[in-house]
Design a protein around this ligand. Structure first.
Ligand SMILES: Nc1ncnc2c1ncn2[C@@H]1O[C@H](COP(=O)(O)OP(=O)(O)O)[C@@H](O)[C@H]1O
Ligand SMILES: [Mg+2]
Length: 204
């Protein structure tokens, strides 16, 4: 199992608390406006125009709302894959245009019903993949801090073995400008992203 020094673990905790405190200043209507601005910026990138399969999370409270992105991807006939926590891993299911059959998991996060079509993200498909990741904090070196469970680190580690990052797959973090910090503390197993999109800018 991947290990981290106690120092890094406590520095990660401090940054998580700092950013969580900053996020309390964003109310629902502001989150919606910012999420729309972010989506427009994302649609202007080559990641978006090149990406054929879009891996995208459904937000929990306070995260960037991905609704505009999901529906635009679906309209553009991209394949949309939505994650579900299965044990230690993320399993991805194909979105069929209907969000009403997403079900809350034990943390209240909406997830696909396991009767949806499961996809194998590690299989060679010849498709270009765009993975849009959530996260609590990010920095300009494209480092990412999650909520401490390592789901996206494990997923990206496996994915990158199968699909070369930067040519047939891109992992791009989505966050509000308030979530950018000077420097995210990282461990060896923390996956660095290809880019970040906020409501104000694109970082590559
Ligand atoms: N590639 C990996 N293989 C196995 N375990 C991993 C891997 N990446 C991360 N982990 C585990 O996930 C846990 C949480 O990682 P952390 O980076 O703190 O979470 P997050 O990225 O969600 O903020 C770590 O204790 C680590 O052991
Ligand atoms: Mg991590």
């Amino acid at each position: 199992m991947a290990e981290s020094s106690p120092d890094i673990v406590s520095r990660k905790k401090i940054v998580r608390a700092e950013v969580r405190a900053r996020l309390t200043s964003l109310d629902g209507p502001l989150i919606e406006r910012k999420s729309q601005s972010l989506a427009e910026l994302l649609f202007s990138t080559s990641w978006w125009s090149l990406g054929e399969w879009i891996f995208i999370y459904i937000p929990m409270g306070g995260e960037v709302d991905t609704r505009y992105i999901v529906s635009r991807a679906y309209r553009e006939k991209k394949q949309v894959a939505i994650p579900r926590m299965q044990g230690e891993d993320l399993a991805f299911y194909v979105y069929d245009g209907r969000t009403e059959n997403l079900l809350p998991n034990q943390f209240g996060i909406l997830e696909p019903d396991p009767t949806w079509k499961l996809i194998d993200p590690f299989a060679p498909t010849g498709r270009r993949l765009l993975i849009l990741t959530p996260g609590l904090a990010f920095d300009r070196q494209r480092r990412r801090l999650g909520r401490g469970k390592g789901f996206y680190d494990r997923f990206l580690h496996g994915l990158r073995g199968a699909h070369p990052p930067g040519s047939s797959s891109w992992a791009v973090g989505l966050c509000f400008a308030e979530q950018l910090v000077e420097s995210v503390p990282v461990s060896d197993y923390d996956e660095v992203l290809e880019g970040i999109v906020t409501d104000r800018e694109v970082i590559r």
